[in-house]
Design a protein around this ligand. Structure first.
Ligand code: SAM
Length: 219
């Protein structure tokens, strides 16, 4: 009950008041118990306006950033979506409330296992998690109506562009290790893409074949 009140307040003050308008995203943020995706000692902080540590030098993203990235995908229900960087599983849970199928890739096994457990406990049955280098996407399940990358990349990996449907949207932070620009790239035809910069952001590095190398990325 206490968490339901905190969650409602989070949605009013950090999501709606900051300009998120998509009713499907707002409803999803109201429903998913964010505190379950962090360790119990952090539950009291789970509805604050900031990222939180989830171990292995990784974070659960700020609620506003999760809402903004989800809204930028322009989901209407029934889509197939790929997330790169499962982390805690929270973004996947939000996506699972709107899309019909969510595929999520994580490179750290402890995080992938823990996310699977929490998603099962709260009944998110339409999320598939794979332990792998997500910089190459998830070819056997492509194409995707939306791809959301929740780690900062030095460039746009070509696999993501290839694995989008026509009309599909890619949301990805691109830039340096310390700060990036959140980009929205829409596939307009087999070889035409429209790109828009949404805002400046700061994500942990995307580490892998088409991202940063482990040393470069700071892990
Ligand atoms: N979406 C997550 C959530 O809701 O908690 C937050 C993700 S955290 C900011 C970024 C995640 O990306 C980390 O868990 C990190 O291990 C993962 N990551 C980094 N490089 C990756 C790669 N090449 N493939 C898959 N996951 C990767």
């Amino acid at each position: 009950m206490e968490y339901a009140i905190a969650r409602r307040r989070m949605v009013e003050r950090q999501i709606v008041a900051k300009g998120i308008q998509d009713p499907l995203v707002i409803e999803a943020m109201k429903r998913v118990p964010r505190h379950r995706f962090v360790e119990e000692a952090l539950w009291a902080q789970a509805y604050g306006d900031y990222p939180l540590p989830i171990g292995d030098k990784q974070t659960i993203s700020q609620p506003f950033m999760v809402a903004l990235m989800t809204q930028a995908l322009e989901l209407r229900g029934g889509e197939k979506v790929l997330e790169i960087g499962t982390g805690s599983g929270y973004q996947a849970a939000i996506l699972s409330q709107i899309a019909s199928r969510v595929y999520s890739v994580e490179r750290i096994s402890r995080l992938a296992r823990r996310a699977r457990q929490v998603l099962d406990e709260i009944g998110c049955t339409n999320v598939n998690i794979k332990l792998s280098d997500g910089t190459i996407g998830w070819e056997s399940e492509a194409p995707f109506d939306g791809i959301v990358v929740t780690a900062g990349s030095p460039k746009v990996p070509s696999h993501y562009l290839e694995q989008l449907t026509i009309g599909g949207r890619l949301i990805i932070p691109v830039g340096g290790r310390g700060s990036q620009v959140l980009k929205c790239i829409v596939r307009q035809s087999s070889d035409e893409f429209k790109e828009e910069n949404l805002l400046g952001c700061r994500f942990v590095p995307l580490i892998g074949k088409d991202g940063w190398s482990e040393g470069e990325g700071g892990l």
